[in-house]
Design a protein around this ligand. Structure first.
Ligand code: SF4
Length: 432
């Protein structure tokens, strides 16, 4: 039996026990359903283990040489590549992706750009108070899920942080308070107890709630008598009392607040609210955790920052990074690209139709281990190994802690890792 890390989501649980003969994983203990699915991906029906090229409208199985030839032809006959994804790849592969973008004068971005990367950008001037999972287990007495359905997106997050006992939280769940701010009664509400606080905010009114809380922090009794953001005055007051009275609180920032209207303002105001409460706090502090879904979404920001000084929207020209105000969205919207390289993601399922149809109108090179919406539209499909199962690598957990991922079994058909594949493309490009 081996103790391994699960790459099913950004929590990167490192307490999973498996039994393997080096070819297959026979037993998995401790993973949630989502994690088990990740291990089962090795032999899943939608697994890709051969390269494909689109011929006469149909994807046809081809040799690696033919697939690489097609990739190089697309690259040589086009000049505005767009590289996107990389949140389900190791940091090593992300680095290779950035180096490839540099070599072909491309624009590269990860899924983080439409997720937690927004928080990172906003905090650039003011900074933010972060924390780690261990700190949360040991110290936190108030947990706030803001626009996050943890029970489904990060299934073991609450097991690890709400239901555990820590060094300074020996009584565990009994002394911990859970606050959920969400317009939808998600499955996470199912774990709420009598001392917890459920705030069913009206959609897209997060900014209003944060401003009311900030005002009340500065001037007592300023909460409007009719409440705000669809919440009662008493509930808003209770929330602030919890924030100010907590010894240590953590706010898990989810997609709900990231995708709300005027999200950048809401995030900026939220960071300011945290700062305001922390200045007034005598006992502890409020920290924030940016919750990305994909297991190494945080990694791309770290790698890109280290390599280029920017964490997202990287535009290269003449093999140098240049200043650009573009985003992956503006690039696609303005059709400012002539082919895409997608790595380990399915933009068809998360971009609006008008954007995904523009994406599909130009050649697509897909690097992935599973069939998806985008694989049905790709011109070239290059299969790779599953990181953390069939190849090793580094990933950053949602609390920004680096975690080493191990290789557990050999990949089918000896498919390369994302890193090896990107390396081969760079090498072949250099030879041409
Ligand atoms: S919570 Fe995430 S990392 Fe942990 S077992 Fe489930 S899918 Fe894997």
């Amino acid at each position: 039996m081996d103790r391994v890390t699960c790459t099913g989501c950004s929590l990167l649980c490192d307490d999973i026990i498996i039994r393997t003969d080096g070819l297959y994983i026979d037993e998995i203990i401790g993973a949630c359903l989502k994690g088990k699915e990740r291990f089962d991906q090795i032999t899943a029906k939608n697994r890709i283990i051969n390269p494909f090229i689109r011929k006469n409208g149909e994807l046809e199985k081809v040799s690696w040489d033919e697939a690489f030839e097609k990739v190089l032809t697309i690259m040589k006959t086009s000049s505005k590549p767009l590289l996107y994804g990389f949140s389900n790849s190791s940091c090593e592969a992300q680095l290779k992706g950035i180096r490839l973008a540099k070599k072909i004068d491309g624009f590269i971005d990860s899924n983080s750009t439409i997720c937690q990367g927004k928080t990172l950008n906003i905090s650039r001037d003011s900074g933010m108070t972060l924390t780690t999972i261990s700190e949360i287990i040991n110290n936190v007495d108030t947990l706030i899920l803001w626009g996050l359905n943890a029970a489904e997106s990060i299934p073991r997050l609450l097991n690890k942080t709400l239901f555990t006992r820590g060094k300074f939280r020996m009584t565990g769940r009994e002394i911990k308070t859970l606050i959920i701010v969400d317009p939808v009664k998600s499955s996470s509400f199912g774990v709420m107890g009598p001392r917890d606080l459920a705030l069913f905010i009206e959609p897209n009114r997060d900014l209003e709630l944060i401003k009311i809380l900030k005002d009340e922090c500065c001037t007592a009794d300023s909460i409007p008598s009719g409440g705000g953001a669809g919440l009662d005055e008493s509930d808003i007051r209770r929330m602030l009392q919890h924030l100010q009275g907590a010894e240590n609180a953590v706010i898990f920032v989810g997609q709900g607040i990231l995708t709300t209207q005027g999200n950048e303002n809401a995030l900026k105001e939220l960071l300011e609210l945290i700062e305001l409460v922390n200045i007034q706090q005598k006992k502890g502090r409020i920290s924030l955790v940016m919750v990305g879904g994909h297991y190494n979404m945080a990694g791309f920001d770290h790698v890109a920052l280290t390599e280029t000084g920017k964490n997202q929207n990287l535009q290269f020209k003449n093999n140098q990074i240049i200043k650009s105000n573009d985003t992956i969205i503006s690039k696609i919207k303005n059709e400012d690209f002539d082919y895409t390289i997608i790595v380990g993601t399915d933009p068809i399922s998360h971009l609006p139709h008008q954007l995904s149809s523009k994406l599909a109108s130009k050649p697509i090179i897909l690097i992935d281990n599973r069939k998806s919406g985008i694989s049905q539209l790709a011109d070239v499909v290059l299969p790779t190994a599953i990181t953390g199962i069939e190849c090793a690598g580094l990933a950053y957990r949602l609390d920004q802690v680096p975690i080493e991922l191990k290789k557990l079994v050999n990949p089918p058909n000896n498919v390369p890792s994302d890193e090896e594949l990107l390396d081969q493309i760079i090498e072949r490009l250099s030879k041409k």
